[in-house]
Design a protein around this ligand. Structure first.
Ligand SMILES: Cc1cc2nc3c(=O)[nH]c(=O)nc-3n(C[C@H](O)[C@H](O)[C@H](O)COP(=O)(O)OP(=O)(O)OC[C@H]3O[C@@H](n4cnc5c(N)ncnc54)[C@H](O)[C@@H]3O)c2cc1C
Length: 392
């Protein structure tokens, strides 16, 4: 029986021993490898030894952990979700590294790549020896990827890629990029390409001055006449189905991950409130503070139940895209609200990087926007409810 103040509903009792073991091992890795350093990384906007970190994540089986074969750990969706929660309790940037590697770049290759793509990249990516990125967003194109301007044109049997991608996690440190581009093929539109970042014409300048996800590498991708062999293209997928299938995987991880940032902030606020004395007693003894703590805990608990429900559906093969939208929209929005409320409990100290709360809140501003904005997921759910697509 769970008696933790953050698990009043006893959700822990719904987890198997294997699931708890995965959670404990990720928690330990974060305690050793991330927590002592991450506020400093955030402050400097620089993750020290990101390649070493990727290898440590890989050696625990966290990269592409829900994929099978090719060196991937083949764990369940629920275990993957629990891992995302623990990683994001440390920092959304570290969870982003894992999500983009496993659910975007590796999943794209695993699901849509040729046998050669898989054997060439997946084992090294699973081990953290090669880092991947996923280029969909462009400077002028975000929520509407069907209008992308990056072009792939034929030159003999080769492809030539030209264009720019923007806001791409990991791009400046990546060894391989999955790039989506518009083609002029009669068989239809957008195709995905596996692009080694050493290919001439490929560059990935880092984006500076972010005030969110500062412990995460974000860059552009510039494609200037990048020549690729025919075999670089994903053979069997055409149109937005390709990238959207990958985004759905990564969004599922965010449903869980955002709750990690929320839990960390709630725990920090609770600890602080128990120690901070004002008017002669701990601020946790005031009804108004208890109201905040309870409201945060309620939303965290509801979010966790939703994540677990969606995880069980994913493991059963019955999870639908709009259900992922529902989880992503609710859990990120509520997690951000929890962080903001936790910040108020901590008064002025709440804005200091000595505590994790303002870092989590700032990070969640990105999480609220990437992998589909609140507005886009609202429209997905509105369509599921009414049958009317209100996107344009
Ligand atoms: C830190 C970070 C990392 C990222 N990593 C990646 C990555 O690895 N790969 C990648 O491809 N992308 C990545 N992104 C990009 C992210 O996916 C996009 O920012 C997101 O899709 C939104 O696109 P946009 O920023 O261009 O906003 P826009 O699409 O321009 O939207 C701006 C606003 O308008 C609203 N809006 C747009 N259309 C409608 C409509 N029809 N109805 C109502 N409201 C609407 C949006 O909801 C939003 O509020 C990352 C972003 C960030 C911040």
């Amino acid at each position: 029986m769970s008696t933790s103040p953050l698990d009043l509903a006893g959700i822990d009792d719904l987890l198997s021993d294997d699931e708890k073991a995965v959670r404990a091992s990720v928690r330990q890795l974060c305690a050793d490898r991330v927590d002592p350093y991450v506020a400093d990384w955030f402050e400097r906007g620089q993750v020290d030894d990101i390649r070493g970190l990727a290898k440590d994540l890989g050696s625990l089986g966290l990269l592409g952990m829900h994929l099978t074969g090719y060196g991937c750990a083949g764990m369940s969706a629920t275990e993957y979700g629990l891992a995302c929660l623990e990683l994001e309790a440390s920092d959304s940037g570290v969870r982003s590294l894992v999500s983009v590697q496993g659910s975007l770049a590796m999943f794209a290759i695993w699901r849509w790549g040729s046998e050669e793509h898989k054997t060439e990249w997946l084992p090294r990516m699973a081990a953290g020896e090669a880092i991947g990125c996923f280029g969909l967003t462009e400077p002028d194109i975000g929520s509407d990827p069907g209008s992308m301007r990056t072009r792939a044109r034929r030159d003999g049997s080769d492809w030539i890629l030209d264009g720019r991608k923007m806001w791409i996690t990991n791009s400046s440190v990546a060894d391989v990029a999955v790039v989506w581009a518009q083609t002029d093929e009669p068989s239809g539109g957008v195709r995905g390409f596996v692009v080694p970042t050493s290919t001439p014409g490929f560059s990935a300048p880092e984006i500076k001055h972010k005030q969110s996800l500062r412990a995460s590498v974000t860059g552009e991708i510039v494609l200037d006449g990048v020549r690729l062999p025919d075999a670089a293209a994903f053979p069997d997928v055409r149109g937005l189905k390709g990238p959207l299938s990958c985004l759905n995987e990564a969004r599922y991880g965010i449903v869980w991950g955002a709750l990690g940032a929320a839990r960390s902030s709630l725990q920090a606020a609770l600890d602080y409130a128990n120690q901070r004395i004002q008017f002669g007693k701990p601020i946790s003894a005031f009804q108004l503070t208890q109201q905040k703590l309870v409201d945060m805990n309620l939303e965290y608990t509801k979010g966790l139940l939703l994540a677990l429900h969606l995880g069980r559906r994913k493991d059963a093969g019955t999870l639908r895209p709009e259900q992922v939208s529902l989880g992503k929209l609710n859990n990120v929005r509520e997690a951000l609200e929890i962080c903001r409320t936790a910040r108020t409990v901590m008064g002025a100290n709440g804005i200091s990087l000595e505590y994790p709360v303002i870092r989590h809140a700032n990070n969640l501003e990105s999480v609220l926007t990437y992998e589909g904005t609140v507005e886009m997921h609202t429209l997905v759910l509105g369509q599921a409810m009414t049958g009317h697509a209100a996107f344009r």
